[in-house]
Design a protein around this ligand. Structure first.
Ligand SMILES: C[S@@+](CC[C@H](N)C(=O)[O-])C[C@H]1O[C@@H](n2cnc3c(N)ncnc32)[C@H](O)[C@@H]1O
Length: 218
């Protein structure tokens, strides 16, 4: 299976009205060596690493959550900065693989759906890292996904969003992924969150990315 097979699984799932079912199918195929997870990397996302270094981010035991954690690369980075870290993914197979890949991890890996998180997580985390999960969901789910991510941020807490970008005038993407427009990034500033900075990057290959930081007042 190659990247286009992941596209096929996604297309089947979306056609069946199930926008998230393909993630676990893909991770299960990958677990038996029959698929490649296109976003699989061992290193944490460079935009996360640069941000934590530039702002000298240190957890000091405060709580962090990583949304749609996949195999756990970003969660391990965050836990390494002394955050008490929860990381969740809708795919139980991904969560099991994350635990296996990081047997000595301090991260609390959980299978959970962004749209149905435990009530105790509401406003529960001092740092929320959302990297490339909202963009993996269809546009019609974007407002709900954006709001659900923001709900996780505690008073005084920070949300970091990393996502592929599209121009405001670009045609609506067919997806997945569904890159975010500037307006869709700005939309994270809702439910009491305010923007701290919104940065735009362009890879040498021309891929646009957002890195955006939001804060909830203490
Ligand atoms: C493009 S991948 C990115 C994974 C990871 N953030 C990384 O950078 O390696 C999107 C991830 O979000 C997960 N996901 C999708 N919908 C989700 C939902 N509703 N709740 C939790 N996780 C979800 C998928 O299973 C997948 O692991």
């Amino acid at each position: 299976m190659r990247e286009d097979d992941a596209d096929r699984l996604a297309a089947e799932s979306l056609a069946a009205g199930d926008p998230t079912g393909w993630f676990d199918r893909l991770y299960r195929e990958a677990a038996r060596g029959a698929a490649v997870v296109p976003w699989e990397r061992t290193a944490p996302h460079g935009l996360l690493v640069d941000w934590t270094a530039a702002h000298r981010v240190a957890g000091d035991g405060r709580r962090a959550v990583v949304v749609g954690c996949g195999y756990g690369r970003d969660a391990e980075h965050v836990a390494g900065l002394a955050f008490a870290t929860v990381a969740f993914d809708i795919s139980p197979t991904a969560v099991a693989a994350a635990r296996e890949r990081h047997p000595d991890s301090a991260v609390d890996y959980r299978a959970a759906d962004l749209f149905d998180t435990p009530a105790s997580w509401r406003h529960g985390f001092d740092l929320v890292v959302e990297s490339m999960t909202v963009q993996a969901l269809p546009l019609r789910l974007r407002p709900a996904a954006t709001a659900a991510v923001g709900e996780l941020v505690a008073p005084g807490g920070t949300l970091l969003v990393i996502a592929a970008g599209r121009g405001d005038d670009d045609t609506r993407p067919a997806g997945p992924p569904w890159p975010l427009s500037r307006a869709e990034v700005d939309a994270f500033a809702t439910g009491g969150l305010t923007p701290v900075r919104v940065e735009h990057f362009q890879d040498p290959e021309g891929v646009r990315r957002w890195r955006a930081e939001f804060r909830r007042a203490a």
